[in-house]
Design a protein. Structure first.
Length: 268
């Protein structure tokens, strides 16, 4: 019976991961804000292993979605360069901080940081669209803030898309679809840095592969890539901007609620 329950949970987790890849692909999000909770809370992975598993999925979503967005002309190369220059090195810094937290403090520190990031993202995206005054003329401030996305990628196991999409809109003045495509192109460079850094520092990759099995460790990221490409290609053509933005806010809010639940549990 337990073995059957385990198989059912694994099937649910795989389904959820692919659905996240499919639905998040037009949003500029890699899905890490939900991949980590799915692996950690539903499948019972230790948080550090969930971060590595999440980064693997996020990278595939970023690649698949960036192909679809770039093909449709929804990206800004100037903003991509400005974002990568700080976000990529900060991904290593975030990974180092995560390692220190796991080794010497507590994973609740990471959850508090995650909650703070998500509160910022929700607040910024709920502001009226007429408050968007940014442009691509001067990206100095943008480049500095983009480092926060890289930091979040290494620390939280996300692609930083929740931050990149927000600043793409607010600081660079990009429309929703271009903000999403640009976010994925930044994430496609940031996530490998975070993933490799975690593998080297945490040395938990063997445990992850043992949990998933070699076959699933290879096929699931490929399926996530395909789901993200299909989802982004469909959404670019058919989904209006308001729906994309609403789904984005709801998804981030769900993740925030789960992190707050854990934080409150520790405090009380």
């Amino acid at each position: 019976m337990k073995e059957k329950e385990g198989d059912n949970i694994e099937l649910i987790v795989i389904t959820l991961i692919l659905l996240v890849a499919l639905t998040f692909s037009p949003l500029g999000l890699g899905g890490g804000v939900l991949f980590v909770p799915i692996l950690h809370y539903i499948d019972g992975w230790p948080l550090i292993e969930a971060i590595i598993g999440s980064l693997s999925m996020v990278w595939m979503v970023a690649l698949g979605s960036s192909f679809a967005h770039s093909k449709g002309g929804y990206s800004d190369s100037k903003v991509v360069r400005a974002g990568r220059i700080t976000a990529v090195p900060m991904a290593f810094v975030g990974t180092l901080l995560a390692w220190i937290a796991f080794e010497y403090i507590s994973d609740i520190i990471i959850k508090i940081f995650a909650a703070a990031i998500l509160v910022y993202v929700i607040e910024r995206n709920l502001r009226p669209s007429d408050t968007i005054t940014g442009s691509t003329d001067d990206l100095t401030t943008y480049s500095k803030v983009a480092g926060l996305g890289g930091l979040a990628a290494g620390l939280l196991g996300i692609g930083g898309g929740s931050i990149f999409v927000t600043i793409n809109r607010r600081l660079a003045g990009l429309d929703t679809k271009t903000a999403a495509g640009t976010s994925y192109l930044i994430g496609a460079a940031v996530v490998p840095m975070a993933l490799i850094s975690h593998i080297v520092l945490d040395q938990t990759l063997p445990a992850v592969i043992q949990t998933t099995g070699v076959g699933l460790a290879i096929t699931l990221p490929l399926l996530a890539f395909a789901s993200a490409f299909i989802g982004a290609k469909f959404a670019i053509k058919y989904l209006p901007e308001k729906i994309i933005r609403a789904v984005f806010i709801v998804a981030v809010s769900i993740s925030l609620s789960r992190y707050l639940w854990d934080i409150i549990g520790v405090v009380i």
